[in-house]
Design a protein around this ligand. Structure first.
Ligand code: ZN
Length: 400
């Protein structure tokens, strides 16, 4: 059953799969379950066995296997099922529009476009079954946009050796993200958490009877600013992704102008470079703030709600050069690059599977109010995935 990549992408965009991003929201557009059902139907039509792994209610990873030559190894195509929310979009998010050589809609670029390319390549491989092709596995994860929980659960299953879809580690994992057909071999990771300051409420006409949680937070913020300016630049500089960063993106507190606030909360974002451990980086910042605020017990840090390490070139070097060659031959960029954003890739790299990030479209159009992807990129990516998917791996066993 040959697939048309633009048609398939349009079908995928029509199925909302919005990540709630940690907010307490509900509605039919949230979670990935409808996408998972669609993917099951697509795999069924291709005649491929597929396997489900529930990660959370309404959030299920799905993995399909196209068996190839057992001596040719295993190649994984990976794409996440979720999208970011749609508030503020200036186009209709779930009514895809094809115009001016582009497909518009939420997820068109990140990453239903890449997913449609992978599925189209997989369908062609399933139809043609080229001699000597490896087993090709299509893995579709949940909750990429808010913590990589799907990929983490999937990789854990693969590493355990008793996941039915992946009895041994694969030779290669290609994670779809909009890279403009360059090969991302390194990227940053991130730790994110909430920090609270406490105080004592009082009437604003008698502030001396209270203890202002904002003033306490101001001292925390000043410490964070010093860390970002003076400490972070001393912690290393990766040739492909640069240095670590620290930023505060959310601040909340206060009930009225005439009440001394007894609570303030901020959200902190610490980007780690490859080689740094996200949890250790979190602890470093917490310790620095404690030191700068004289160990104030009314400054309280939650544990990180996201702690994901970066991806580094190393294990993936051979995969990257093979994929880069295929990409260049098909008119893609094919350069080895590093990027500042995080992806599902480290989850697979950390269990020992060579992993790169590669896909159609530009990250500049991901998460935007008029998200789109170029159709030319879709066709090129599909061909590259197909050509790469045909290539067997040397008969040495998969890396341990
Ligand atoms: Zn993405």
């Amino acid at each position: 059953m040959p697939l048309d990549v633009v048609q398939l992408l349009s079908d995928l965009v029509r199925i909302p799969s919005v990540n709630p991003m940690g907010r307490d929201v509900s509605g039919a557009e949230y979670m990935e379950y409808a996408m998972t059902e669609k993917l099951a139907a697509v795999f069924q039509e291709m005649g491929l066995p597929y396997f489900m792994q529930e990660v959370a209610p309404l959030r299920t990873n799905i993995v399909a296997r196209l068996e190839g030559d057992p001596a040719a190894g295993v190649t994984v195509f990976e794409a996440h099922q979720d999208t970011v929310p749609v508030e503020g979009m200036t186009i209709s998010p779930w009514e895809p529009e094809t115009r001016a050589g582009r497909v518009y809609g939420r997820g068109a670029c990140d990453i239903k476009g890449g997913m449609a390319c992978m599925l189209t390549a997989l369908a062609r491989l399933a139809e043609e079954r080229p001699a000597g092709m490896p087993t090709v596995v299509m893995a579709c994860t949940v909750n990429e946009e808010y913590g990589y929980a799907g990929a983490t659960a999937m990789a854990r299953g693969w590493a355990s050796g008793d996941a039915p879809a992946m009895p041994a580690l694969p030779n290669a994992v290609i994670v779809a993200e909009p890279t403009l057909l360059d090969v991302v071999v390194a990227h940053k990771g991130v730790a994110r958490w909430c920090c609270h300051t406490q105080g004592k409420a009082a009437h604003s006409s008698m502030p001396h009877l209270g203890d202002n949680a904002f003033y306490r937070m101001a001292r925390v913020l000043a410490a964070i600013e010093r860390y970002a300016k003076d400490v972070a630049p001393t912690l290393g500089d990766h040739p492909l992704v640069g240095g670590p960063t620290l930023s505060v993106g959310v601040i909340q507190g206060g009930i009225s102008v005439n009440t001394v606030p007894d609570q303030c909360t901020i959200e902190i974002d610490r980007r780690v470079i490859p080689g740094e451990d996200a949890r250790q980086a979190y602890q470093q910042v917490v310790d620095f703030i404690a030191q700068e605020t004289a160990g104030d017990p009314l400054v309280i840090h939650d544990p990180p709600y996201i702690a994901s390490n970066g991806l580094d070139i190393g294990r993936n070097a051979d995969l990257a050069s093979r994929l880069g060659e295929v990409a260049r031959a098909q008119g893609g960029g094919g350069r080895n690059i590093g990027v500042p954003y995080g992806t599902d890739a480290p989850a697979f790299d950390e269990i020992g599977a060579p992993t790169v990030v590669f896909g159609p479209g530009s990250i500049d159009q991901a998460h935007t109010c008029d998200e789109w992807v170029e159709i030319d990129q879709l066709h090129k990516a599909t061909e590259i995935y197909y050509q790469f998917g045909k290539m067997g791996w040397p008969s040495s066993p998969a890396p341990a």
